[in-house]
Design a protein around this ligand. Structure first.
Ligand code: FNR
Length: 363
């Protein structure tokens, strides 16, 4: 295999290696996939204003997320069912994240349980929570998450229903019977049936609580003392309500363009959210981050860090743990280089003045 020189190359390798049903599930966005393309394109409409003649012989990329020190502002987003990509699945991702000194977020719909991931050894981990109709199930799960040493909950707020991912409908996507949704094993919720259309859409349609509302954030706060990040915020309005309701952080996310098509790219709404947050809680971003330059752009527009989704599943498919390690290393190296070439020695030196967004001119 020719040397992989950027994280996007893993997608083509994944396409060759994976069954079509799995590749399509990982790669797809909703409907026209307009937002999917836009998540990438929008980054190309932000340019740099590099500063020169600054001693950049030492670059410090370390940062602090919710009080936890990590090696770089690049973290792993929750992606479901990672054993579809590689037999080691979430274990490999957890090990790669720990080795890189950064945070992994485990999906509720993982094919390894919270206890199994904790058993991989030390590491700072967040848990992505999808709220199901049966609140007893969720409460028990939250207890397990706490016991397993996870440090925060990312509450997903953009899956009242599953977006229409046309490839999954055509392929009749489902989780093969040898794999289980391990956090729900033993309950009737651990498996996915084969149905006409998308098995995932049917599963989520059956379990996901469509009544979820702001009062449920209060409910979640009443059953756990873990910090709660809201994942899936795209507007200033919701940022303000989230903060009023005690959210500990915001993740600007459009679910990797897999839910509502024709929402803007996350990088385009980041600044609106950052301004509304007024520095009261950290704001993170995911969606389309594929280069160190993207990480820099997000930080320049006010993000405290970013998360990556698809690069993890495709590198897992290609090379397992080594692949995920390589993705994290490549992004780290690219980000360090971007900082150096922009004249920034630490994250606090990255400012709004280091970028020009092409949409600035039209405001
Ligand atoms: C996801 N995402 C997701 N989000 C979530 O809250 N719970 C989940 O279980 C999943 N599962 C999932 C599976 C797959 C295959 C993908 C691609 C995405 C969304 C994910 O956390 C994140 O928001 C996006 O993936 C970020 O965009 P990029 O980096 O994939 O462009």
């Amino acid at each position: 295999m020719a040397e992989v020189t950027n994280v996007s190359e893993y997608e083509a390798i994944g396409r060759e290696k994976l069954p079509k049903m799995v590749y399509d599930y990982f790669a797809s966005g909703a409907e026209d996939q307009w937002t999917l393309a836009e998540n990438r394109h929008a980054f190309s409409r932000i340019l740099f204003r590099p500063r020169i003649l600054i001693d950049v012989s030492k670059i410090d990329m370390t940062t602090n997320v919710l009080g936890f020190k990590i090696s770089m502002p690049i973290m792993i987003a929750p992606t479901a069912m990672q054993k579809l990509a590689h037999r080691d699945g979430e274990y490999a991702t957890a090990r790669a994240a720990s080795a890189a000194g950064t945070i992994m977020t485990l999906s509720s719909m993982s094919t390894s349980s919270v206890e199994e991931i904790a058993s991989t050894g030390p590491g700072i981990r967040f848990f992505q929570l999808s709220v199901y109709k049966d609140r007893h199930v969720i409460e028990r799960l939250v207890r397990r998450v706490e016991r397993a040493g996870f440090k925060a909950i990312a509450l997903t707020v953009d899956v009242q229903r599953l977006g229409r991912r046309e490839a999954d409908i055509k392929n009749r996507f489902t989780l093969p019977p040898h794999l289980k949704l391990k956090n729900f094993e033993g309950l009737d919720l651990g498996k996915m049936d084969k149905v006409d259309g998308s098995g995932l859409a049917s599963y989520v349609g059956g379990q996901s609580d469509r009544t979820l509302s702001w009062k449920d954030l209060k409910w979640l706060q009443s059953i756990t003392s873990l910090p709660i990040l809201l994942k899936g915020v795209l507007t200033a309005e919701d940022t303000r309500i989230a903060i009023q309701n005690g959210a500990n952080g915001i993740i600007v996310s459009n679910h990797g363009a897999r839910q509502l098509d024709y929402v803007p790219a996350t990088i385009m709404v980041l600044e609106e959210v950052v301004k509304a947050a007024q520095g009261r809680v950290p704001v993170f971003l995911d969606g389309g981050v594929r280069h160190g330059t993207d990480v820099f752009k997000a930080l320049a527009l006010g993000a405290s860090g970013i998360f990556i989704g698809r690069p993890v599943v495709f590198s897992l498919a290609a090379e397992g743990e080594a692949g995920v390690k390589k993705v994290l290393q490549m992004l780290r190296d690219e980000f360090e280089l971007t900082m150096a070439l922009n004249g920034c020695r630490s994250l606090s030196e990255i400012t709004r003045n280091h970028v020009i967004a092409m949409w600035d001119a039209s405001r």
